[in-house]
Design a protein around this ligand. Sequence first.
Ligand SMILES: Nc1nc2c(c(=O)[nH]1)N[C@H]1C(S)=C(S)[C@@H](COP(=O)(O)O)O[C@H]1N2
Ligand SMILES: [Mo]
Length: 532
Amino acid sequence: MTEKQKEHRIRPGLSALGALSGALAGFAALSVAELVAGVVRPQAGPVVAVGGAAIDRTPAAVKDWAIRHFGTDDKLVLQLGILAVLTIFALLLGIVVLRFRRAGTAGVMVFGAVGAAAAMSRPDSTGPLDALPSAVGALAGAGLLHVLAGRLALRVPHTAVPGPSRSGAGWDRRGFVVTATAAAAASVGAGVLGRSLGGSRARDAVASRRNAVLPVPASPAGPVPKGAGLRIPEISPFTTPNGDFYRVDTALVVPKVNAATWKLRIHGKGVARPVVLSYDDLLRRDLVERDITLTCVSNEVGGPYAGNARWIGVRLADLLAECGVRPPSKGGPADQLVARSVDGMTIGSPVEDLMDGRDALLAVGMNGEPLPFAHGFPVRMVVPGLYGFVSACKWIEELELTTFDAYDPYWVKRGWARRAPIKTQSRIDTPKPFARPKAGAVMVAGVAWAQHRGIDKVEVRVDDGPWQEARLAAEDTADTWRQWSFPWQATRGGHTLTVRATDRTGRTQTDRRTRTIPDGASGWHSVVVTVD
Ligand SMILES: Nc1nc2c(c(=O)[nH]1)N[C@H]1C(S)=C(S)[C@@H](COP(=O)(O)O)O[C@H]1N2
Ligand SMILES: [Mo]
C-alpha cells in the first residue's frame, strides 16, 4: 500500500475526529464566552446578543409569522436555531482545520467578531466591554481547535522510516483524548460558573421583588361584578391569571431589574420640571387600582394575545402634569411620549390620549402582586384602548416627551403604525375549531373587547343564517373585555359559527379581513364544527 492510499483510508475516521474537535472548540468558545459574560453582563453573551440583533433585523412580516407559529416559544426556537447553525459550522471548521490549519482557526475568530459586533450594537450595550465575551470565547475556541488539530496531524514520514505507530499514519491518540476530555470538562465548568455569576445580579433583583410591598391603593377598583365571569367551561376567565397572561416582547432573556437601584427619568420637550423617581417614590404616591384588558397588535382574528388583569399603578396624567407637561390640546409642544426600557425597547404613545382622563398607568402591580419579571417588573405602562406596542412598555426606565415628527420608536421603524387604538374584536372560545359536539343544546361563548369604548352588543350567526344577539355578561368597565354566551340548538352536520361585536359608539366590527400589520387585524372570527 502506498502512503497516498494509507492517507485515503484514514480520512473518514480522521474527518470525524476533526469534526469532533470543531464541536469541542465551539463548545469551549461558547462556555468561555458565558463565563466572561457572567462577569461583564449576561446580555453580552454571543448567543443572546446575536439572537437579539437577529430579532431587531427580522422583517416585521417574518416576526409576525414567528409569533403566530411559535407563540412565546419563538425565542427558544431562535436560540436553538442559532445553536444549530453554530454546531454545523463548528463541525465543518473542524474538518477544514485538518487541511488548512490557519483557515480553521481564523473561521472561529470570524464567529467571535460577529458575536462581539452584535453585543456592541445592542441598544442596551454599555460599551466596548460587551465585546469581551465573544472575543475571549473565540480566542479560547481557536486555541483549542489549533491544539486538537495538532494532535490529529498526520505523522506520515515522507521518508518511509518505520515509526512507532502501527498504522503508519500516526496521530497523537493519547494527547488528543487527554486534551479533548480536559477541554470538555473545563468548558462545562466555565459555563456553569458563568451562569451562576450572571445569576447573582438576578438574585438581587429577585430579592427586591420579594421585598416589595404594594401599598393599599388610594383608589381601589372595587369588586368585579358578579355576573362578569360566566360559569362556562372553556371560556376565557374574566381575569387572566398572571401565569396564563400572554407575553410578547423582543427580550431573549427576561430583564431582571433590581427595584432597589431602579430609577425612572421623565424629561424632554415641554417638561418644565424634569424628575428622576425611585421605586419607593412611586409607591409613596397615591396609587390607583384598575381592571384593564391588554391586547397585542399581532393578535390575529380569534388569536390568544389578549388578557385582562387588575393593575395597580400611578396615574400617568397626574405625574406628567406635575412635571409641567400639557397635552397638545392645551398648547403642549410634545405630542408623543416615548417610553424606553432597560433593554432598549422604545414605545411611543400619544400624549393627548395619556392625559384625556383615561386611566393610563405606570403600573407596579398585576393581579395582587408586584409585576412578574416577564411582565415588566418593577414598572411598566398600561393604557386602556391602545395596543401594547404603542403603550405598554415593560421594564421602563425613561419617559421622554417628544413629537411624532421628531422620533420613530422601535416598531414604527419596522413598518408598524405610529398610532394604534385597539380595534373592536370578538372571539369564540367555545366550541373549539373542529369540535364535534352532540346535537341539541350547545353553549357558544367567548369574549369581546373594545377597550375604552365598551362593548354594547355581540351577535352570533350560524352558517348563513340571521345574526342573533348573544347574552352579554355584566360589564366591569369600558376598559375591560366582556364575556358573552349564546345557547345554540345544534343540528347534525357541519356548521360555521361566526361572531361580531358592536362597541358603545354604535360601530359594528367590520367583516373586512386585514393583516395585523400595520395597526391590528380586523374581521370576524369563525369556528367550524361538526355536530354528531
Ligand atoms: N420592553 C418591552 N416592552 C414591551 C414590549 C417589548 O418587546 N419590550 N412589547 C410590547 C408589546 S408588543 C405588547 S403587546 C405588550 C405585551 O405585554 P405582556 O407581555 O405583559 O403581555 O408589551 C409591550 N411592551
Ligand atoms: Mo404587541
